[in-house]
Structures are given as C-alpha cells and as structure tokens.
Design a protein around this ligand. Structure first.
Ligand code: B12
Length: 145
C-alpha cells in the first residue's frame, strides 16, 4: 500500500511515527512520513499529492479527540473516502469508540508488536480485494481489534 504517516499537533513526540515508518517500509509498503507539527490541511494536501491509499496518524499529545476526527471529516469532504485511516500513540481506551465512529479502522498503543500493524494492513488489502469497504468514508462499523 501507499501509506502516509502523519504527525499532527504541536508536540514533537516523533519516535513512534519514525518507528512505524520503518516497520511499514520493511513490510514492503511505500511510506511517506510528513514530519512533525502538520495541520489537518497540510496532511490532506500530502495525501492528495502522494496519491495515498492509507493514512496512519501518530498522536501522543492528548489532542487526538480533536485532530483525528477533523482530519477524517476533511478527507470525506475532499473526496478521499477510499483512504484507510489508522492511528497510534497515547490514545486511551475510552476514546477508541468515538475514533472508530469517526472512521479510524485501527488504533495501536505503546508496546504494539510490528507484526500486528502489518497484519492489519494485510487484512485491509484482503477486504479490499473482496470488495468490502474499509475507507474513512464507509460507514461499515468494521475495525481491527
Ligand atoms: C520520549 C518522550 C518525550 C521526548 C520526545 C522525544 C521524541 N523526539 O519523540 C521529550 C523529552 C522531548 C518529551 C517531551 C514532552 N513530553 Co513526552 N514523553 C515521552 C515518553 C516518555 C515516551 C514516548 C516515546 O518516544 N515512546 C517510544 C515510542 C517508540 O513509542 P510510541 O510513540 O508510543 O509509539 C508506539 C505506539 O504508540 C505506536 N504508534 C505511535 N504512533 C503511531 C502511529 C501509527 C500510524 C501506528 C500504527 C502506531 C503508532 O507504535 C509505536 C511502536 O510500538 C512518553 C510516555 C510514554 N510512556 O509513552 C511521554 C509523553 C508522551 N510526554 C508527555 C508530555 C506531557 C510531554 C511534554 C509536554 C512535557 C513537558 N511538560 O515539557 C513535552 C512536550 C515537548 C514537545 N514539544 O513535544 C505526556 C503526554 C500526555 C498526554 N498525552 O496526555 C507523556 C504520555 C508522558 C506522561 N505520562 O505524561 N517527551
């Protein structure tokens, strides 16, 4: 897949995003890392310019409940409904449900094994091959556990 790893928010916690960029590249994906402190608008532009099929968002600042739904809404507005969104970082369990409702298909916290992120993307490709929608604009309720 062609994956953008994005780091929205004002903080500089970039280790996780860099680790995930490496993990996905090693797993055979094409990965573009945005760098830190990107606005939702900048992330949308990068997704369009890079013709991405998936967006992974890293958030450790506590702003996930504002920033991630905002990015998902903008993606739907500009016609990026097919793009799969997943996230990671410091995202408490209690916030997972609302993020899933925003269109986030998987959330990975600290200590996640690389294998489970790779397996998630394999599952996404298999679902897409079967014609089962996974993008941020699809209201299927499906998410990775
Ligand atoms: C290292 C660290 C720092 C470093 C950051 C260095 C860097 N360049 O990244 C420094 C010292 C700079 C720092 C500063 C601050 N920090 Co700090 N920091 C941490 C700490 C201890 C570890 C984070 C880390 O690097 N982990 C290692 C990486 C590899 O793990 P990870 O990021 O979690 O990523 C893994 C998963 O989460 C997941 N993942 C992450 N992103 C993504 C994305 C995708 C797409 C996927 C699939 C998976 C995924 O996969 C990764 C691999 O398993 C955490 C506490 C913690 N235990 O997490 C606090 C923490 C994140 N920091 C915190 C705070 C408050 C700050 C400061 C505001 C403190 C202050 N008052 O100055 C400042 C902010 C400075 C700034 N401008 O950003 C808080 C955030 C609180 C919150 N969310 O509510 C935390 C949680 C500490 C705490 N318990 O309070 N910090």
């Amino acid at each position: 897949m062609r994956v953008v790893i994005a780091k929205p928010g004002l903080d500089g916690h970039d280790r996780g995003a860099k680790v995930i960029t490496r993990v996905l590249r090693d797993g055979g994906h094409e990965v573009i890392y945005t760098g830190i402190r990107k606005t939702p608008e900048q992330i949308i532009n990068i997704l369009i310019d890079e013709d991405a099929t998936a967006l992974g968002i890293s958030s450790l600042s506590g702003a996930h409940e504002v920033l991630i739904p905002k990015i998902c809404d903008k993606m739907r507005t500009v016609g990026l409904s097919d793009v799969v969104v997943f996230a990671g970082g410091i995202i408490p369990e209690k916030d997972h449900e609302s993020l899933h409702s925003s269109g986030v298909r998987a959330i990975f916290g600290p200590g996640t094994h690389s294998e489970s992120i790779i397996n998630f993307l394999i599952e996404v490709s298999e679902r897409q091959k079967r014609g089962e929608p996974t993008g941020v604009g699809e209201d299927t309720g499906w998410h990775w556990d």
